[in-house]
Design a protein around this ligand. Structure first.
Ligand code: NAG
Ligand code: NAG
Ligand code: NAG
Ligand code: NAG
Length: 502
């Protein structure tokens, strides 16, 4: 199921290379879309009503796609749930929105052959948008596949329903279909595929891979696409609710691009009420374009040029930190909660200093100089080495410099969006046991710091110049996939998480 399609893709790419020259750079676009939502309803809507709503969203996406193409973009990514929204309370509620999406191996240009399969109006329209504008279009829709009672996993309603990304090439041909593996806790309307699907395809601007939203926190298929299938660029439709201090969209997605050494095209929904905003075009060395807007209700198109084959430097994430002697700060350590995880913190007392803090096997070292030590702001260095079990089960190793919400140490780890303290310099490292570490630098008002920092081959995250704005956090976000376990969080914690996330 994984290997066979890949052979097919390899064959297709050989044919393409004969016809077209390769490109050293390309222009990517992502569209943050303010999706028109369906009404919450207990009874499923008719197919006609469902299609009318999807066409409303496609009208808006059409404008973005045609504008991107006019500006020279070769590919555009649109968000997860960008065509029918996400407020579905049951499997049946989303059913009228679903189409049967064939395997790309059928070699189909829906725009040229719209009646080849039964009832595919949304696929036909997406294909025509790609073809008419001569641009690759990446979209997220729903797939349905009938299943058999002889299949023990077949749901009682006799079908699988999948959260699905589709890609049409610039001639309108379906070239990729990906069923989301790691569903978020509230996605009860969908099934996960039995095995993770590793979907890649080759273009004249490099090898592309695709996954969706919550997938980014797990090994499969995200890390496998980069490590074993050597993709250059990730396409990432998402419906991402921001969680500070470490999981705001622009912050985490740009960090993943840098940590994994790939281009990353992230298109988020736009819904400030639900804390959904933050899209970007990220190269491994720096964000190229990003958008974060909690103030307006408008969508936003971003474009940027990228290298087709970005370099990915090799980093030993523990090398520097293991060579450093612990700095004894003399001041008291304390514990605090960051997104349900209990960290060990130490307060940064002076305008300049060297600190070490450890939690379990992870020790974090920080050397810094603030522009001034303000009495109205509190910063800490924190460490966490443990299994996160709320909204998902995943093992983390995290070193973080954080601004606390107030000067009360009990607020360290709470969400805060603004700060006043600039840093002249910082350097952060940790004794990580994993090679998967994502470097984050987030400034006041949830802004990124392109060109402001770097990661050295010995695993130090360091400033390149004084920070261009006040600092919210500087973080090394490590994922230790080998230690993930299939523990289930207590229903208590899930309820807590839901009240925060939903
Ligand atoms: C939602 O309900 C309102 C009021 O009943 C109606 O005007 C609107 O058309 C409905 N929207 C959709 C997408 O069905
Ligand atoms: C279910 O199984 C039967 C017997 O093996 C087969 O004929 C039929 O095509 C299957 N249906 C689906 C939807 O796969
Ligand atoms: C990383 O560096 C540490 C300390 O220098 C060394 O012990 C370790 O073997 C290195 N890891 C890799 C994967 O090279
Ligand atoms: C912190 O460490 C750096 C080297 O890493 C050293 O140059 C500096 O003097 C130290 N600063 C303090 C305040 O100890």
């Amino acid at each position: 199921m994984i290997a066979a399609p890949l052979l097919a893709y390899a064959a297709i790419s050989v044919l393409c290379i004969v016809k077209v020259s390769t490109m050293d750079t390309f222009i990517a676009a992502v569209y943050e879309h303010a999706v028109v939502m369906p009404n919450i309803s207990l009874t499923p809507v008719t197919h006609e009503k469902a299609l009318a709503l999807m066409n409303q969203n496609l009208d808006l996406l059409e404008r973005a796609i045609s504008s991107a193409a006019k500006q020279g973009a070769h590919i555009i990514v649109t968000p997860e749930d960008g065509i029918y929204g996400w407020r579905f309370t049951a499997r049946e509620a989303v059913y009228p929105y679903l189409e049967d999406i064939p395997d790309p191996q059928v070699n189909w240009i829906p725009c040229n052959d719209p009646h080849r399969f039964d009832r595919t109006p949304v696929q036909n329209r997406l294909s025509c948008l790609a073809k008419d504008n001569s641009i690759y279009v990446v979209a997220n829709i729903g797939d349905k596949k009938p299943c058999n009672t002889s299949d023990p996993q077949c749901p009682p309603d006799g079908r699988y329903q999948y959260n699905t990304n589709v890609v049409y090439d610039s001639e309108g041909k379906l070239v990729a279909r990906y069923h989301k593996q790691n569903l978020f806790m509230s996605e009860i309307q969908f099934n996960s595929p039995k095995r993770p699907e590793v979907v890649t395809f080759d273009t004249k601007f490099g090898r592309l891979g695709i996954f969706t939203c919550f997938d980014i926190l797990f090994r499969d298929p995200a890390v496998t696409l980069v490590k074993d299938f050597h993709v250059d660029t990730i396409l990432f439709p998402t419906a991402w609710m921001n969680v500070l201090p470490h999981l705001s969209a622009v912050e985490f997605h740009s960090a993943w691009a840098m940590g994994m050494g790939v281009n990353f095209l992230a298109a988020n929904l736009h819904n400030p009420l639900m804390k959904m905003t933050g899209s970007g075009i990220y190269a491994p060395d720096s964000p190229k374009a990003f958008h974060y807007d909690m103030k307006t209700e408008e969508g936003k198109l971003l474009l940027s040029q990228l290298d087709s084959h970005p370099q990915h430097p090799v980093v030993n994430w523990s090398s520097h930190a293991s060579s450093v002697k612990a700095h004894s700060s003399g001041n008291q350590e304390f514990t605090g909660i960051v997104f349900f995880d209990e960290y060990t913190f130490v307060e940064l007392l002076g305008a300049t200093g060297n600190y070490t803090v450890c939690h379990r096997d992870l020790c974090c070292h920080l050397s810094y100089k603030m522009s001034e030590k303000r009495s109205d702001e509190l910063y800490v260095l924190g460490a966490f080495d443990g299994l996160h079990t709320v909204e998902g089960t995943y093992y983390l190793q995290i070193c973080t410099l954080l601004k606390c919400k107030t000067t009360d140490p009990n607020t360290c780890g709470d969400s805060v969006e603004t700060a006043s303290t600039r840093f002249e310099r910082f350097s952060l490292s940790g004794t990580f046991a994993t090679q998967y570490v994502f470097p984050e630098v987030l400034l006041s008002e949830v802004q990124l710091a392109p060109g402001g920092f770097q990661v050295s081959s010995d695993g130090q995250l360091s400033s390149l110049k004084p920070s261009s704005g006040p600092v919210l956090t500087v973080t090394l976000f490590g994922r230790w996939y080998d230690k993930d376990q299939t523990l289930t969080a207590s229903s208590d914690l899930i309820a807590q998480a839901q009240s925060v996330l939903i």
